[in-house]
Design a protein around this ligand. Structure first.
Ligand code: NAD
Ligand code: DAU
Length: 333
């Protein structure tokens, strides 16, 4: 199989390429990545000889059409992915997440290539603490420019399936953690702050709940859907990993031997979603998927170990990331 992976130098895409090369040596992987601030070629260093890397933009229709013409399937991870950035400047989110997805859809339509679309549980908005969980039937209700742009891209995919017969599947996953995640994101930010002797930074009350899943479990689900998913179907991916932000910071502090309250409250995120939670029954019953890393404490400890051992990977981004948070007005309360 010849596979085009967009965003393969980003967090989840790079882990997907690593997993694919390790578990499916028969698959020929081409990565298409623009190498924005969030893309890092070094994430692919250990497997650089096993893949083809193309530096380019998913919104470049001529490039995308040529690459898609040479493969059997596309897995589309590339995106602007950070909510805080989408509040500071929504335009790149519209351009990459919506226009970029349009460009890929036109190419897979033209070449009749199988397409899998990676999306997020944030398209459903947020839940109250005592609500049930998101399912494939939950109505879209995005809150931020990021989640609205992802919701828009999902709608394009659904329309291209129905109107043009594109062979696409979609998945909407909850919050991922693991190696190679950019230091702007919640868990790596706190780990690398602690390595640098800075107190972790909690937005608002910290009662917000995220449904954590190990990135390798997300990616094994993507493979199941790519191989056995029903065309046109959306599958929700989640591993029953609900935790509030305050308790996640507590676990990180514990592993650094620090008291659970040794953090700072900082300015809250405008429009901050309260809770995400996934019901992944369809994926489990129809496709037989199960997470391999259900123990969040264990996965978090391994992730902390990875950041301790791979400082050369994250160090170049750390100062610029913290400066951007300060420039955006983040203040210790
Ligand atoms: P990331 O920001 O770490 O990586 C995104 C990658 O896309 C980077 O390598 C970047 O260079 C590349 N990219 C950005 N714009 C591009 C463009 N115009 N053309 C080509 N490449 C471009 O993101 P991530 O966290 O790995 O997320 C990957 C996908 O998974 C996204 O679609 C995101 O919405 C989705 N998702 C993420 C999570 C999560 O917890 N991180 C959860 C569910 C879904
Ligand atoms: O749910 C899936 C989504 O998860 C993905 O679609 C997004 O691409 C991904 O970035 C993630 O979105 P979140 O906004 O939930 O992730 P983030 O890591 O930015 O924040 C997680 C929670 O932690 C959120 O409630 C905000 C809070 N937070 C974040 C940072 C960076 C803090 O309390 N302190 C921080 O320093």
């Amino acid at each position: 199989m010849r596979l085009l992976v967009t965003g393969g130098a980003g967090f989840i895409g790079a882990n997907f390429v690593h997993q694919t090369v390790a578990v499916r040596p028969d698959v020929h992987v081409t990565v298409l990545d623009k190498l924005t601030y969030a893309g890092n070629r070094a994430s692919l260093d250990p497997i650089v000889d096993r893949i083809e890397f193309v530096h380019g933009d998913i919104a470049d229709t001529a490039l995308v059409d040529r690459l898609v013409g040479g493969v059997d399937a596309v897995v589309h991870f590339a995106a602007e992915s950070h909510n805080d950035n989408s509040l500071a400047d929504p335009w790149p989110f519209v351009q990459t997440n919506i226009v970029g997805t349009y460009s890929l859809l036109q190419a897979v339509r033209h070449h009749e290539v199988r397409y899998h679309h990676i999306s997020t549980d944030e398209v459903y908005g947020d839940l109250d603490l005592d609500d049930g969980r998101f399912s494939e039937h939950t109505a879209y209700n995005p809150s931020s420019p990021y989640s609205a742009s992802k919701a828009s891209s999902d709608m394009l995919v659904r329309a291209w399936v129905r109107s043009f017969g594109v062979r696409a599947t979609l998945s909407n996953c909850s919050n991922n953690y693991g190696p190679y995640q950019h230091v702007e994101k919640f868990i790596p930010r706190q780990i690398t702050n602690l390595i640098d002797g800075i107190r972790p930074r909690l937005y608002g009350t910290g009662h917000q709940v995220r449904d954590w899943i190990h990135v390798d479990d997300h990616n094994s689900a993507v493979w199941k859907i790519l191989e056995r998913g029903r065309i046109g179907q959306t599958y929700l991916i989640g591993a029953d990993g609900e935790r509030d932000n305050k308790s996640v910071i507590g676990l990180i502090l514990e592993s650094f031997g620090r008291p659970a309250d040794d953090y700072d409250h900082v300015t809250d995120r405008p429009g901050h979603d309260l809770r995400y939670a996934i019901d992944s029954t369809l994926l489990r019953t129809e496709l037989g998927w199960e997470p391999k890393y259900p123990d969040f404490r264990e996965g978090l400890a391994a992730t902390i170990g990875w950041y301790r051992e791979n400082e050369s990977w994250w160090r170049p981004q750390k100062a610029a990331t913290e400066n951007a948070y300060s420039a955006a007005g983040e203040k210790v309360l």
